[in-house]
Design a protein around this ligand. Structure first.
Ligand SMILES: Cc1cc2ncn([C@H]3O[C@H](COP(=O)(O)O)[C@@H](O)[C@H]3O)c2cc1C
Ligand SMILES: O=C(O)c1cccnc1
Length: 342
């Protein structure tokens, strides 16, 4: 894995220090401007003109076992809302000029009412109808892992071919916070109690049950879970594998990626375990109230740009941070230098 340019990082750091501002006055915006400049290999950084979000949708077998405040049927219903441009992230993406693509990797729904073209676009990379319940059995077969991985890789390359200068992964899938918590527990060697959160807002009883099922899943998988491929196969899902491969491919291709909440950062962590060094290409959009997201951020050495108590997923927290990236870039490009003050 090549790293962002150290030379450009140094040039950008010097320009930041020379701007007509007190040293350090731009805070995190200054750091982000330097990071994006190094990732682009260009000083000053280029304005972002093609930010692209891909939402990886899929059902999770564990969702039928009392771990979510909502029924699994919401996954397909929300995919339709996303296709219609009326989801939370759709509104944010329009204001931020972010291109949105929705893919069904493993929805139980077949979207039979869609026209053939729209359905083919949506299901181009479909691996299965619902990933298996992780507390009882592996989420995926080896072949399904491979297909999901190839899907994420192919999609990232397609988005880059379409001109992406920043990539974002989003999620839709009732029960996915259970799988993500299990993955973070597996990768960081933590028990369920440390990683499980309320997701869509489960009550105390359901939270306790969710914690039990994550512990059951971690115990079922045992030492296998130390390996990122095994962890994703056993505890993940087709959509989470694809999102991990998507982020990893962005990093390998030298395209920066902006991470969202629990699913985004979990997949970022898996990407970095699959291809060490990937994290150097990632920036974190926001902090989610999910404990596993903060733990995964720490493991990646990332600190999030926003802390708005958002817990929506869909890529929304990342998209909400896009305007800050534009601002950071503009500052490093447009602000006068101290030496010009005379
Ligand atoms: C209406 C609705 C819209 C959503 N958009 C994203 N999520 C998010 O919440 C779900 C994960 O939480 P849990 O693990 O508790 O099921 C996923 O679908 C995720 O994308 C939504 C959830 C709902 C209900
Ligand atoms: O952290 C997130 O992204 C999140 C939290 C709850 C539900 N869906 C997503």
């Amino acid at each position: 894995m090549t790293a962002p340019s150290a030379t450009v990082h140094e040039q950008a750091t010097r320009r930041l220090a020379a701007l007509a501002t007190p040293p350090g006055a731009l805070g995190r915006l200054g750091e982000i401007a330097v990071w994006i400049s190094a990732a682009q290999g260009t000083m000053p950084p280029r304005p972002l003109t093609n930010v692209r979000l891909v939402i990886f949708a899929g059902d999770h077998g564990v969702a039928r076992h009392g771990v979510s405040a909502f029924p699994p049927e919401i996954t397909g219903a929300m995919v339709r809302v996303l296709l219609g441009g009326r989801a939370g992230v759709s509104a944010l993406a329009r204001t931020a000029g972010v291109h949105v693509r929705v893919l069904d990797l493993a929805c139980a729904d077949e979207f039979a009412e869609l026209g053939a073209d729209a359905r083919d676009r949506l299901q181009q990379f479909k691996v299965r109808r619902g990933s298996a319940p992780i507390h009882l059995t592996d989420a995926l077969t080896e072949e399904e892992f491979q297909a999901s991985y190839r899907a994420g890789e192919t999609v990232a390359l397609e988005e880059i071919e379409a001109g992406a200068d920043l990539l974002i992964s989003g999620d839709m899938g009732i029960g996915n916070t259970t799988a993500a918590a299990a993955l973070v527990g597996a990768v960081l060697g933590l028990p369920a109690a440390a990683v499980v959160g309320r997701g869509t807002g489960v009550d105390d009883a359901a939270l306790a049950h969710k914690t039990e099922l994550v512990d059951q899943a971690l115990a079922r998988v045992g030492a296998r879970s130390a390996d990122p491929v095994e962890a994703l196969t056993a505890l993940g899902s087709a959509d989470l594998v694809a999102a991990s491969a998507f982020l990893l491919t962005a990093a390998r291709s030298g395209v920066p990626a902006l991470l969202d909440g629990l699913m985004g950062v979990t997949c970022g962590l898996l990407a970095d375990r699959l291809a060490p060094g990937s994290a150097a290409w990632f920036v974190a959009g926001h902090r989610s109230p999910e404990p596993a997201q903060t733990l995964a951020l720490e493991a990646l050495g990332l600190s999030p740009l926003l802390e708005l108590d958002m817990r929506l997923g869909e890529g929304s927290g990342a998209v909400a941070a896009v305007p800050l990236l534009h601002s950071a870039i503009a500052l490093l490009r447009d602000v006068a230098l101290l030496e010009d003050l005379g």
